[in-house]
Design a protein around this ligand. Structure first.
Ligand code: ADE
Length: 222
């Protein structure tokens, strides 16, 4: 998969995109990520890319010309353009799975005040929000979406099973509790069933725990 990210702050992506799972996926050639500084598309020497909103109001709006130029520069016939804003559709595991099946994603990281509506209407195939809160801009949101998507690309995780067992991969259920060695720690014991070696009982216990947890914490999922 190829991902192009159009941003005012390419430096913000350095740590998260070089370390851990995304770093490994890039090294293995399973995810090719290109960062594009929106200011590079500015017309003036000051790198102006935003302006005050027509009609007045607080904040600055990203101008359309630079976003159009950047997207046209990196787009391909099969590229899906994603605009990150708090007004977008709520990002979710099923949406991550849909995006993981794409060959080319183009992400536009906007100011939180927004982008000129013409860029939104013409360029964006999808507008995504990562939750009902306002970030300073779309950069952290783009990192979240990239992380959730890239880990689903076949071959990125050690074993494909580990993505399949996640909370939300079954959209109606949260993960069951997990334990590892030691079996007893500060008088707290791992459940006997997990040490029993009886795989049918273990599956049943996990399924019950998963349901109980979901009912207790996120009944809205069921
Ligand atoms: N930009 C600012 N807040 C955001 C959010 N919650 N999701 C996506 N992009 C954003």
């Amino acid at each position: 998969m190829r991902i192009d990210i159009i941003t005012l702050f390419p430096g913000m992506f350095k740590g998260p995109f070089e370390e851990s799972m995304i770093g490994r996926a890039r090294k293995k050639g399973l995810a090719e990520v290109h960062l594009h500084d929106l200011r590079r598309y500015a017309y003036d020497s000051r790198g102006t890319v935003d302006d005050a909103p027509f009609g007045g109001g607080a904040g600055m709006i990203l101008k359309p010309e630079m976003i159009f130029a950047a997207v046209e520069d990196v787009s391909s016939s099969h590229g899906k353009v994603i605009l990150l804003t708090p007004q977008g559709d709520k990002f979710s595991q099923p949406k991550a799975q849909e995006l993981a099946d794409e060959a080319h994603l183009i992400m536009i990281c906007a100011h939180y005040e927004g982008v000129d509506e013409r860029a939104r209407q013409v360029l964006a195939d999808v507008e995504l929000s990562i939750g009902d809160y306002v970030l300073t801009n779309g950069n952290l949101a783009a990192m979240v979406v990239c992380d959730a998507v890239i880990r689903l690309i076949p071959g990125v995780l050690g074993s494909e099973e580990s993505a399949g067992a996640d909370s939300f991969s079954d959209p109606g259920r949260l993960d069951y509790p997990q334990y590892t060695r030691p079996a007893e720690f500060r008088n707290m014991k791992a459940p006997d069933v997990l040490l029993s070696g009886d795989h049918q009982k273990i599956r049943q216990w996990r399924s019950e725990q998963s349901l109980l947890r979901t009912l207790g914490r996120r009944p809205d999922l069921i």
